[in-house]
Design a protein around this ligand. Structure first.
Ligand code: SAH
Length: 347
């Protein structure tokens, strides 16, 4: 599996300063260039109108811009959700989703081209992992959407295609750039990273002491049941995950969010709900119930609305903080990997 290529947008402010110095150019150019990229969101060197041509030519020779071209877009009838498919410099495609909430615009980004985690209900993993995304390619999804809509993005969720903690260093660099005051300056509190539970990297992330929200894709209350739908459960047990999330809470003070996708007849019984309650009892956490979005490659069905309410009630009665995920964009296949898959199938 190959990593991403280097480019100018993946450099942090210090790295741009070092580069400018190395090229023998005046120091103020660093801030100028960094702001063109991360505040004014330009797509290439040409757009940097107050930077001398000679310097732009030198930079171009050293580092390219990440190419990201919109090749498909679909808007929900209600207008609150838009799904984008972007083509990268090497022809790979990724997807992102824009969701307009009352409190602001949220973008769900991909962290890898494909995914190697193999969850059985997920469309993103069907063709495996092709390559890592560079920090710049995670950013560019947000930058392109912000530029295109002309509206500020205030929240970012790393819940699209890919396993973010399987692309750890690039994820950390991405968060650093996204929260930089010389860039979009998005607050750490407005960033959520979702993982299927790679415990070593959850601990590594905890040690960074960021203020971001960690979401764990749990989807089952016991290891045996989890193994049926998530191959990663063969590697990490639920108790190892909970130990890692306790550590995360201890280091960051951030409440953990548990994602539980409800699949009809698979993991949505009252007994499942009771086991889940017992597992999370006394923890400072939040459970997000997601009626599963069926994908055509599998036979799974979403729990019925009644089943979802029943499951939620059990958790509530045990004093667990629980919500049902707002269903947005189902009419445009906004679930993980579905539009991208459809686009690729067409090609
Ligand atoms: N790999 C990370 C992030 C990407 S998946 C993770 O596992 O968390 C983001 C979320 O979407 C996860 O909770 C995942 O389980 C869920 N998801 C994937 N496919 C889905 C589907 N068909 N319907 C509903 N949720 C789905």
């Amino acid at each position: 599996m190959t990593n991403a290529r280097d480019d100018i947008v993946s450099l942090n402010f210090q790295e741009v300063k070092d580069l400018i110095k190395e090229l023998g150019e005046p120091a103020f150019r660093a801030k100028q260039i960094y702001e063109w990229i991360h505040k004014k969101l330009v797509r290439d060197y040409d757009e940097m109108t107050n930077v001398p041509q000679k310097l732009k030519a030198m930079l171009m020779e050293r580092l390219p811009f990440p190419e990201i071209e919109e090749v498909a877009r679909r808007d929900s009838a209600s207008g609150d959700t838009s799904k984008f498919v972007f083509k990268l410099y090497d022809g790979y495609v990724i997807e992102s989703v824009l969701m307009k909430y009352r409190y602001g615009n949220s973008v769900c980004i991909s962290s890898q081209v494909g995914c190697r985690m193999g969850c059985t209900f997920c469309a993103s993993t069907l063709m495996g992992l092709s390559r890592q995304l560079a920090p710049s390619e995670m950013l560019s999804q947000i930058y392109t959407i912000q530029r295109e809509t002309g509206e500020r993005v205030s929240n970012v969720v790393v819940m699209g295609t890919g396993e973010p903690l399987d692309n750890f260093d690039n994820l950390i660099k991405f968060i650093e750039l996204l929260t930089d005051e010389n860039g979009l300056n998005i607050s750490q509190r407005n960033i959520t990273v979702s993982t299927c539970g790679l415990t070593e990297n959850i601990k590594k992330l905890a040690d960074k002491k960021l203020g971001i929200t960690l979401a764990i894709s749990l989807h089952a209350p016991t290891d045996d049941e989890r193994k049926r739908i998530m191959p990663i459960a063969n590697k990490y047990t639920i108790s190892e995950i909970l130990e890692a999330t306790d550590y995360y809470f201890e280091k960051t003070g951030r409440r953990i969010s548990y994602e539980y996708g409800l699949i009809d007849g698979e993991n949505d019984s009252t007994i499942n709900a009771e086991k889940l309650s017992a597992l999370l009892k006394g923890k400072n956490c939040h459970v997000n119930l997601i009626p599963i979005n069926p994908i055509k490659e599998r036979t799974y069905k979403s729990s019925t609305p009644k089943g979802v309410i029943r499951f939620k009630k059990v958790l509530e009665n045990k004093g667990i903080n629980v919500t049902i995920r707002e269903e947005m964009g189902r009419d445009i296949d906004a679930a993980c990997g579905q539009l991208r898959k459809e686009y690729m199938d067409r090609q």
